[in-house]
Design a binder for this molecule. Sequence first.
Ligand SMILES: [Zn+2]
Length: 338
Amino acid sequence: MARATRAAALALGLALLGACGGGDDTRAVEPSPTPATTLPPPTATVTPRPTATASATPTRSPAARVPAAGGIDELGRIPILMYHQIRTKLRAPSDRTPAQFRADLRRLHAEGYRPVTAADYVAGNIDLPVGTHPVVLTFDDSSAGQAQIGPDGEPEPDTALGILEAFGRAHPDFRPTATFFVLTNRIPFNDPDVLPWLAANGYEIGAHTQSHPQLPDLDDLAVQEQIGANVADIEAAVPGYRVRTFATPYGRLPRNPELAWRGSHNGVPYEFTGVFGTGGTAALSPFAPAFDPYAIPRLAAGLSAAEAVLAELRRRPELRYTSDGGPDRVSGGRRASA
Ligand SMILES: [Zn+2]
């Protein structure tokens, strides 16, 4: 194994340890040990890149950039929030109540954030009104509090999905969307209607393995089974759907990190445009030169690292990605070396 690969695995292992608890796992979701008040570079910069990255490269070239003006900057940072259980009774530090989640949305909206999916973020498909800031909302482990479809065919109102939909109806300038990184060793969300509903309504379904193992403990074959069968399960549940992004369980890469972004199972290949971990800092713009789509940091919603990052981005709005309102050009450049 190449030295760079080992170094990357070590760095990510240290940075991401303790992330993303399992479905019914009540383990704490640890924020980064260092409060991210100064927005350090994400761990992404040390990850080896695959040789063929064309499918993950933002489609717009650097030549399309224009100088920043009036606070517009599409090279700024983007917070990617990671949610686990949404339930009335808090049992783990990563849990949020429905009321807390509603408050999170009110706060994000008031601070000018608008949601985009993980796949659209990676691809640079960030089509938002001028002056607004992208945020990526992600939900791990596919628990029932995240999404349920009622007898009327609509999301149950106290699930995260129902809350997002209601918020969008009340705030027409906030198109509700999110990415759900689902497990498939049981029916995701314990409701077979959820995955088709998500796909039909502009939400993203991402991979998160079959059963949430510690990927570093598995051999290459088992890693590819966990990921490849998960992708196959999702695509079988939603005919025609293509899974584009993956979140590593516990934020930990397999010993062979490349298998987190591509591999094959039962002769069927899988390949992602983006791989999401944790890391306790805001993510880079997909247009930033140092952006690495295979090690994207996320923030555990409600925990101290996320609060510190959001507070820092509020205090220093010049750090944020601020949309120019035009999806066909990339504005900014003050921090081209970010
Ligand atoms: Zn997880």
